[in-house]
Design a protein around this ligand. Structure first.
Ligand code: ADP
Ligand code: AMP
Length: 216
């Protein structure tokens, strides 16, 4: 299954994508995670991307699409993928369709996780991420068993620099202006599955499963 997960920053895309990917035996491809891995490794791509990410702006489409084209061509995507964080603009959506068509593929479903704007700030400011395996927690909603340590690998949890209050505000504005129009775009194509994200993590997962015909 070739799936895109959409929704504003903090909607729960990464949280859901992780479990869905494990259940479907397909890779979870997070463009944000790929950029952060490049920033950590100090690559040229990472240095370029960081100029935008640190301010909460989008990395230019041509950079992002070049990166994702290579990733989608890897062998592990042959049986499907969960794409988390892309597309974020109509231009990226058109480019994604063209890349997939070249590979003889198309999207099966676009899952939009809908969460009211006032909840997103609390979700993002309480988010903590494992430095080692990128597993995501929340200080109140989904805390690790041992404070500051990842349940999965024991790695150190940290707060993303772009989860600061000022950057969050810009990210939410960028979402409204550049990414929200994708909801109507995919609805028109008959691909959209809308999910109420203002529910427990497990209930959101169950609802996504129902919409995709999966009982996980
Ligand atoms: P996104 O990838 O869409 O930016 P995340 O999956 O990182 O969002 O989730 C943002 C924060 O909200 C994390 O701290 C996560 O633990 C928490 N979270 C995710 N889903 C839910 C939910 N259904 N209810 C409450 N908190 C959630
Ligand atoms: P995320 O991990 O999805 O919250 O993304 C973190 C940041 O990475 C975003 O705020 C953007 O700066 C950048 N980013 C991730 N995905 C994209 C994309 N598809 N297009 C442009 N920038 C992106």
């Amino acid at each position: 299954m070739n799936i895109v997960l959409m929704g504003p920053p903090g909607a729960g895309k990464g949280t859901q994508a992780d479990v869905m990917a494990r259940n479907l035996f397909v890779p979870h491809i997070s463009t944000g995670d790929i950029f952060r891995a490049n920033i950590k490794a100090g690559t040229e791509l990472g240095q370029l991307a960081n100029q935008y990410i640190s301010k909460g702006d989008l990395v230019p489409d041509e950079v992002t699409m070049g990166m994702i084209k290579d990733r989608l061509a890897e062998d592990d995507c042959a049986k499907g993928f969960i794409l988390d964080g892309l597309p974020r603009t109509i231009g990226q959506a058109d480019a994604l369709e063209a890349i997939l068509a070249e590979q003889g593929k198309k999207l099966d479903k676009v899952v939009n996780i809908d969460v009211p704007a006032d909840l997103l700030i609390t979700r993002l400011s309480g988010r903590r991420v494992c430095r080692n395996c990128s597993q995501t927690y929340h200080l109140e909603n989904n805390p690790p068993t041992e404070p500051g340590r990842c349940d999965e690998c024991g790695g150190e949890l940290y707060q993303r620099a772009d989860d600061s209050e000022e950057t969050i505000k810009n990210r939410l504005d960028v979402y409204t202006e550049q990414s929200a129009p994708l909801i109507a775009y995919y609805e028109q194509k008959g691909l959209l599955l809308s999910i109420n994200g203002n529910q427990s993590i497990n209930k959101v997962l169950t609802d996504i499963g129902k919409g995709l015909g999966q009982s996980w």
